[in-house]
Design a protein around this ligand. Sequence first.
Ligand code: F3S
Length: 65
Amino acid sequence: MAKKFYIDEDECIGCGACSDSCPDVFAMTDDNIAEIINMDEASEEEIQDAMDSCPVDCIHWEDED
Ligand code: F3S
């Protein structure tokens, strides 16, 4: 199973880059905040790309400092 990750919803500005990058994994809520809809639908590399595309760096791997 791929590494777990989470979105710091307080930091998300709703830019939508993550859901554009990985639409099977990330979606936008009605409040225009990103949510994880399926953690296992993408490789770690794809998730990392989504993380790197986030302008405020609010998607994080679990257990990473
Ligand atoms: Fe939010 Fe970053 Fe995605 S700002 S919408 S978590 S790319």
